[in-house]
Design a protein. Sequence first.
Length: 423
Amino acid sequence: MANDGLVVGLDIGTTSIRAVIGERTEKGTIEITGVGISPSLGLRKGVVVNIEATLKSVAAAIEAAEMMSGREVHACWTGIGGNHVDGVNSRGVVAVTGRSRDEKENREIGPEDIARVLEVARAMVFPMDRQILEVIPQTYIVDKQPGIRNPLNMIGVALEAEVHIITCSANSAQNLIKCVNRAGFRVNDLVLQTLAAGRAVLTEEEKELGVALVDLGGGTTDVIVYFQGAPYSTISVPLGGSEITQDISIVKNISFENAERAKIDARCCMAELLENDEDIIIEGLGGRPPLPIPKSQIAVIVRPRLAEIYRMVKDKLDALPLSRPLGGGIVLTGGGAEFLGAVELAAQVFRMPVRIGNPLSMGGLQERYNSPLFATAIGLVLEGNIRDEEKIPDRGTDTKVREKKGQVSFFGKIWEWLKKEFF
Ligand SMILES: Nc1ncnc2c1ncn2[C@@H]1O[C@H](COP(=O)(O)OP(=O)(O)OP(=O)(O)O)[C@@H](O)[C@H]1O
Ligand SMILES: [Mg+2]
């Protein structure tokens, strides 16, 4: 566990880098004491393409958060996402060899059986350039009886596990770690961005019923689907807010920067929801007069592109072999969730209940940053805190940069999970 009581989340996005400092209170809760944002200049679609530019942005975001909190940051939980992330479901089965209850066939499932079945479920062949980010147990089957959440101490002969395995490009992961290290900070671990955002905004009930968290970022739209309480699918669509800005720039014949400003000022994707259709004033270039554009005209450009992104997500959701519809519907995070009408438009496309994912209540400064733009960064603090608490004692403090070679961390993860569940 970090001995300075700090839990720092670092959300390296395509548009912005956000650092959030959480401090553990005596009551065991977490308070947000520092937040820093800097423009992200070295990423394309969630992938680092310029290390120098990214490390400068990382340093700027963390330094701003340090200034606010008055604390010095040494290590952080870093988010990873984008089109290179992939999730697959897998299963494994083992014969129960655990503690024998009687002299006959009956055997009691022990922690070592659970660790073994998870290892078997994980033993898929991935290409050399992939690395495992997470292996998350979904459910267990004991002697053909499905739907078991916790098989420890059950009597059985065969133990089966279903897991969700999330992999990413090994090079992208290493470049991300390199940027943070070269900015002067250790990476406690890489955490899937949508998993972190889910930690901050989803309720247990939604996860149980089935829900899709749709993170409308600048470069990509990343989705995590929960079903029956556990992650079920990881989806990414290579379109985001940048394409919306690009459309405004082309249609209105203005620069990308002016189009970005116009988009954020208008903040609307459904013209009929605007109470006052005011003009946005775009500065004239080279002595030309300023150009007024009604907000409704921006909304008319935003709408079809956002609807297209939603439809691409919907097509992927429809292709999932789910046994029933997602009762928890859709939860929107990221910059795109800020549009007036984002929820209404999503409800039209998905034909499901939709809501905005504001981070669940925490102490400290969080009220000021209670927006879907901060779901990932705040979620990284929450996830980091949980992983810190679960850390095995002999692994010591968080002074080590974990190089995240799936195999190395996997046994640690199983041990952490077993400790959380059973001890
Ligand atoms: N108030 C707003 N209204 C509409 N769009 C917004 C608003 N604020 C930010 N955006 C847009 O949201 C996008 C950035 O969102 P976000 O910060 O979630 O992305 P990111 O994390 O940097 O990128 P990614 O997750 O794709 O790597 C940009 O395209 C930005 O223009
Ligand atoms: Mg993001």
